[in-house]
Design a protein around this ligand. Structure first.
Ligand code: PLP
Length: 356
């Protein structure tokens, strides 16, 4: 079976096997990771290693903090405006799709003025919005960008240039899938459940000088508190951090982010090449803006799309149904998806096309 789900999504098979082996007893302790206290030395090593491995993989400089939070990407849609607020209370957003819109709505709900500085909504998000040449200096607390648009299948392969305005990046669906320079960002966040591990832990990488005390902030969203308490001001999601830690070690063994990017370009490149020559299937995104990790495609006929999903499921190619808001199909090719899975999908789609 190959799992093409957008999230929760495919995990590396060796990591699943390791979790299975270690689940009854962690390091011969006779206790499961599900039973281990977050104050135990075993867990201290797990969270310390996870942070060190993430820092090595992304070359995170010392002036950035790494936080393990909860609440998913959606939690960060609230945490970012609350923590990075100054008396401006004003943020800018690049409207590249539904997840950027959700972030903007959450910030607006919290009383921020949200300015959409560019949008490709009118083009049905089949390309990325152009960053304006100038963003007025000092006007915004930050600019929010969704680096990889999970639903629409677009991605920034380089950070948009914002001048002195801090850049806040939602990397929920492509963290560690392609190389970025952390120095280009003020804040990066990502829910774990696509490229990193099980749902329930959320990574936050934040430039320390942006973090300050904000009166009245709920503790669970407070970057300063998480920074001071090493992400353990309350009980952290112990199992989830353990599983993410195993995935990070796996990533380092595989050759790190450059190797992941190489594999992801190869996988996505093969699928796009097939779709672009197909007479039946079509990907609507302009080629420069295409995502490496989420590839929507369609036949243009909803009943036929549904037939593809049904036949694919029977063939062990799972979760290819497109997002409910856009329909069609979508293949998510995260780090743990092997090339063999993409080859099997292309063979299947090719055979389907022959018969339709
Ligand atoms: N941001 C992006 C880019 C996403 O793809 C998702 C979920 O799919 C979210 C945010 C929301 O994440 P969560 O479900 O962890 O709140």
């Amino acid at each position: 079976v190959y799992n093409f789900a957008a999230g929760p999504a495919v995990m590396p098979a060796p990591v699943i096997a390791q979790i299975q082996r270690e689940l009854p007893s962690l390091n011969g302790s006779g206790m499961s990771i599900l039973e281990v206290s977050h104050r135990a030395t075993d867990f201290d090593r797990i969270i310390t290693d996870a942070e060190a491995d993430l820092r090595a993989l992304m070359q995170i400089p010392d002036d950035y903090a790494v936080l393990f939070m909860q609440g998913g990407g959606t939690g960060q849609f609230a945490a970012a405006p609350l923590n990075l607020a100054t008396d401006k209370r004003r943020i800018a957003v690049l409207d590249s799709g539904q997840w950027a819109v959700k972030a903007a709505q959450e910030a607006a709900k919290l009383g921020r003025q949200v300015d959409v500085v560019a949008s490709t909504r009118a083009a049905k998000y089949t390309r990325l919005p152009q960053m304006p040449d100038t963003l007025p200096a000092g006007q915004y607390d930050y600019l929010h960008v969704c680096m990889n648009n999970t639903i629409e299948g677009t991605a920034w392969h380089q950070a948009p240039r914002t001048g002195t305005t801090p850049l806040v990046a939602d990397m929920s669906s492509n963290i560690l899938a392609e190389e970025y320079n952390v120095n280009d960002f003020g804040l990066i966040f990502a829910g774990a459940q696509k490229n990193l591990g099980p749902a329930g832990v959320t990574l936050v990488i934040v430039r320390k000088d942006l973090v300050h005390q904000v009166p009245g902030l709920p503790s669970m969203l407070d970057y300063q508190l998480f920074m001071e308490k090493n992400s353990m001001s309350n009980t952290p999601p112990v199992f989830n951090i353990y599983a993410v830690g195993l995935v990070l070690k796996w990533l380092r063994q595989q050759g790190g982010v450059p190797e992941m990017q190489r594999r992801n370009e190869q996988k996505a490149g093969k699928l796009y090449a097939f779709l672009d020559q197909s007479r039946l299937f079509h990907n609507p995104v302009v080629s420069a803006d295409r995502s490496l990790t989420n590839i929507p495609f369609m036949t243009g006929d909803a009943a036929l799309d549904a037939a593809v999903v049904q036949a694919a499921t029977a063939a062990g190619l799972m979760n290819l149904k497109g997002h409910r808001s856009v329909g069609g199909l979508r293949a998510s090719l995260y780090n743990a998806m092997p090339l063999a899975g993409v080859d099997a999908l292309i063979d299947f789609l090719h055979a389907f096309e022959q018969h339709h």
